[in-house]
Design a protein around this ligand. Structure first.
Ligand SMILES: [Zn+2]
Length: 178
């Protein structure tokens, strides 16, 4: 699909949505037709059709943001749960060919159907499936490691100052006690 026909790329360009978070790599916005109030879509700013195409560091960033958005939804809307969902491929309900993570706020008895009936497979079937998947997972390589963060000396100083301010406030408070 050419970039111009991509709905998420169009949104990234036209910004005709309610943006709740933005970084250099990620945009998070309210789904225009939400599954529930507060349904947020987290997209990579670069166009990738499916999650398999997305570099590890962007996948990592997108899920970190989705996790924070989930907390924001919990705190901001006082919901009781969230579903964090990637629709990967047409069969999985993916409608826009541009990688996205959906954060869907949940409440008790909201009647959203994301449930499934548990299936009972026999031992042979389970073993066959295990083998088929393991053949593929054998080639999973090492993931990108985060580089160690340099020690921020100035930040430490600031924290120290803040700490002493806190001490001063405590002393002031203590003085007020008769
Ligand atoms: Zn796109």
């Amino acid at each position: 699909m050419p970039k111009t026909e991509c709905e998420h790329c169009r949104i990234l360009e036209e910004r005709d949505v309610k943006v709740v978070f933005e970084s250099d790599k990620i945009l998070a916005f309210l789904h225009p037709k939400p599954a529930a109030p507060g349904h947020v879509v987290v997209v990579s700013k670069q166009h990738f059709p499916i999650i398999e195409n997305v570099p590890d560091f962007i996948v990592s960033d997108a899920f970190k943001v989705a996790n924070r958005i989930s907390s924001a939804v919990f705190e901001g809307l006082g919901v009781q749960g969230t579903n964090i969902i990637v629709q990967n491929g047409v069969a999985a309900g993916q409608k826009v060919a541009h990688f996205a993570v959906n954060v869907i706020p949940r409440r008790q008895d909201d009647n959203l159907s994301l449930q499934w009936q548990p299936k009972q497979l026999d031992e042979e079937e389970m073993s066959t499936i295990e083998l088929k998947i393991k053949e593929q997972t054998a080639s999973i390589g090492e993931f990108e490691q985060e580089t160690a963060e340099p020690v921020d000396v100035d930040k430490k100083k600031v924290e120290k100052v803040k700490g002493s301010e806190k001490d001063n406030m405590l002393i002031k408070q203590l003085r007020k006690i008769p």
